[in-house]
Design a protein around this ligand. Sequence first.
Ligand SMILES: Cc1cc2nc3c(=O)[nH]c(=O)nc-3n(C[C@H](O)[C@H](O)[C@H](O)COP(=O)(O)OP(=O)(O)OC[C@H]3O[C@@H](n4cnc5c(N)ncnc54)[C@H](O)[C@@H]3O)c2cc1C
Length: 428
Amino acid sequence: MADDAPYPPSWYAASATPLPEQPVLRGVLEDADVCILGAGYTGLTAALELAEAGYRVVVLEAERIGWGASGRNGGQAIVGYGCEQSTLEGLLGRDAARVLFDVSREGMDRLRARIARHAIDCDWRDGHAHVPIKPRQERALRGYIEHMQERYDYPLQWWDRRRLRDELESDRYLGAVYDAASGHLHPLEYAFGLARAALAAGVRIFEHSRVVELVRGAKPRMRTAHGEVAAGFAVIAGNAWLRGVAPELESRVMPVGTYIAATAPLGAARARHLIRNDMAVADVNWALDYFRLGRDHRLLFGGRASYSSFPPPNLRGVMRRRIHAVFPQLDDVPIEYLWGGYVDISLNRAPHWGRLAPEIYFAQGFSGHGVASTGLAGRLIAEAIRGQSERLDLYAKIPHAPFPGGRALRTPLLVAAMAWYRLRDALW
Ligand SMILES: Cc1cc2nc3c(=O)[nH]c(=O)nc-3n(C[C@H](O)[C@H](O)[C@H](O)COP(=O)(O)OP(=O)(O)OC[C@H]3O[C@@H](n4cnc5c(N)ncnc54)[C@H](O)[C@@H]3O)c2cc1C
C-alpha cells in the first residue's frame, strides 16, 4: 500500500466505471473556503454538501478517489453505528442516544436520496440480516430487537431458522434479525458517483497529493510535497492513513485489517438460490463474517481481522474455509479476487467526530460501520461549517480515550484483546 499504489486488485476496481485521474496539487491555492483531506465517503460528502451550498472546496487525496476503505468495503449500509446503542446510552444518556439513532436513520434516508438525486449507478439493494451462530447470540439478538422497538421505535423482524432458510441457503445460522431499512451497494461506484457529483458542483479534487503537514491557525494550511492550500476551514477525513498529520486523532483509532474474497460468478440461478431476497448478511461474532451477492452473481465474502500491515498467512485458504463453513455447496467455486483494507476502530467503537480547533473539523472511528454513517459525518461537518453545529456538537461530546500503550504498544495489546474475543466466539 505505497503512496503510488494503484487501486487494490479488487472486484470493485475491476467492475467500476473508471473516473478520469485528477491532477496533482502544484503551487499555492489561497482561494478556497474549505480544504478537505481525504477523498473517501466522508470527505466527498462534506465536499459535495458544501459546494452545493456555494462554498469553494478543495479536496486533497494521497492516492486516488475512493482508494481507502470507501473503495474496498463490504458494501453493507447499516443503520446505527459501530457500537451498540446501549454503549451510547451509557456514554451520553438515553435521550442523546435516541437522538443519535434517529440521526442515523436520517443518514440512511439521505444515502438513498443522494444515490437517486445524482443517479449514482451503484447497484443499491434493500435488506440486511444479522445472524446468530450460538444460542447466546440468538438470545442477545432477540433482546436487541425488543430494546430497539421499545426505546427507538425501530422495527426489526425476528426470523426463525426456517424463515431464514427460505431466503438463505445455509444451515449455519439459528435465525436472523432482518432490517428492511438497511441494504448494500457497490462501494467504489458509490465513491466515484459522489466524486462526479462533487466535481460537477465545482469541487477541485487533487489526487496523489498527500497532506504531509497541517499548519493550524485562524486560516489553516494543508501542505503537500508540491503545494499548499490555505482555507477558512480544514476537514480531516483520512481514516486510518493520516501518518502524523494529527497525532491526537491517530492515537484514538486503531487500524484493523479486514479482508474480502470475491468468488467466480455463480450464474444467475445459482446465486439467486443462495440468497433469494438478495439481502446482505453479517454474523455477530467479534471477528465476523459478512457477505452478499455482486451484480454479476458472484459471492462477496468478508472476514478475518488482522492487526499488522501484512496480510495474514495463507489468506486465500483461510477465506475458502470461512466461505465453506457457511456455504459448503460452493466447494467447486474458486476465489477470483482477494483484497483487504483497514477499518478505523475507536476504543469504545463509537463514532469520533468533532473539531480540533474552531476552524478544523474531523470524523473518524467508524469502527467498520461507515458506509452509511460517513455520509452523515460529512453532512454534519458541512452543517457546522455553515453555522449550525448543534448536531455535530452532540457527537463531539462522546468521550474517546487514546488506545492504551500509545502508538508502539497499542497493536500488541489489541492483539491480546482480540485473541480473547476470538476464544469467546469459539467457546460460547
Ligand atoms: C475491507 C473493509 C470492509 C468494510 N466493510 C464495511 C461494511 O460492509 N459496512 C460498513 O458500514 N463499513 C464497512 N467498512 C468501513 C467503511 O468502509 C469505512 O468506515 C468508510 O469507508 C470510511 O470512509 P472515510 O471516507 O472516512 O475513509 P476512507 O474511505 O478510508 O478515505 C480516507 C481517504 O483519505 C486519504 N488520506 C489519508 N491520509 C491522507 C493524507 N495525509 N493526505 C491526503 N489524503 C489522505 C486516504 O488515501 C483515503 O482515500 C469496511 C472497511 C473495510 C476496509
